[in-house]
Write a protein that binds this ligand. Sequence first.
Ligand code: CTP
Length: 420
Amino acid sequence: MTTLRLAKELTALERLRALLDAVASLGDRAGDVYLVGGTVRDILLGEESFDVDIAVEGDAIEFARALASTLEGRLTPHEKFGTAVVLYGEDKRIDVVTTRTELYDAPGALPTVERAGLREDLFRRDFTVNAMAVSLQPADFGRLVDPFGGRADLEARLLRVLHNRSFIDDPTRIFRAIRYEARYGLRLEEHSGRLARACIEMGLVGDLSSARLRDELQALLEDPGAIGGILRLGELAADRAIHPHLRADANAAELFERALKLRDELHIVVPSWRIGLAVLGRDMSSEEAYGWLERLKVRRRDVDRIAGAITIAPRIVERLRTAQLDPAEIVALADPFAPDAPLLALSREDTPALRDYFARLRDVRIEIGGAELATMGLSESPRVGEVLAELRRRKLNGELDGRESELEAARALIAAAPEE
Ligand code: CTP
């Protein structure tokens, strides 16, 4: 087999220039250094921006220290793991590890790690396309190390595991596969696909620790290819393996797509993953949604928004169908779980009422506050909130016009029902 050299490709990359100069200037002190993993995959795919991961057959921290000093960067060593991060320039980052092998004691558990050669380091990885390295040693510069056929798989657009236990060792790889499929137009090769399904059927995805599962779902739902990713989650039956009432089907993909479009069009601030979890969990009861999200260790205020969207959005849709509401009533309906619940409701049924809520009503504020009420003799008490709420209600319904009319209405309200 001829050895493929990527020397020309590497030197053409602006992103690598400072690093390559630094390694060259270190000469023999650099040792056996390689670009590895996703970095090599992205370079072969011609991706413009990519993370730089380096593996050293030797002491990663020692190499990273020399690199940081040559690049005039900052070194953060992690002695416990034998890894290091080098930050340099304005915002550049290089991750350095010692080549290692991983031993899995139990499915889904984090592995124990042992120092090993480059080939074993590549063999511990998820897919052949991520199991390549490129040498940076001066004598060997640009040589592609590809023991498992990663380049051929990348050309054929295939994701292939390196051995049959891969998904069992680490079921999060199923989510990584879905992400890579959606992002790069790759496809799980047939045998690997069967292994993924078997792992799901064995219940190993459901056994993943909650925080790891949450991180994977978030990464998938934040990915630009998330819509395709949702469909694939359902095709592989990974949704039901996570929770019996999670539904990643064509309706979910459509609803998610519509919600993202409306979010961007109406300038609503809410992360994609939060919309995505509400869409996937839309068939859950309120108790199921709260229980599931708490088990996933989602932050409390996000749990409230997502579970709120799951339970309240259908009620908002229903209420708007059956009643003619004035603007203040629309706000009273939408505000408590905003923006998630009204956004999901709008994605289910496009109504002028909710468009008006996002375009205008949600930003309507009265001009006066507690200070003005105090000068009218209303001291701090729940009555202050009540008066302000009543003023906002009137303003929303077009009954007030500017500061003077608000002051006048406030005086009348206080006079009509003074403090007890
Ligand atoms: N890896 C793995 N199994 C995992 C996670 C990571 O084998 N569960 C390996 C892969 O070889 C991957 C490398 O570790 O390329 C780095 O992981 P990460 O930074 O998460 O992925 P990238 O491939 O860099 O891709 P991206 O961040 O774009 O998903």
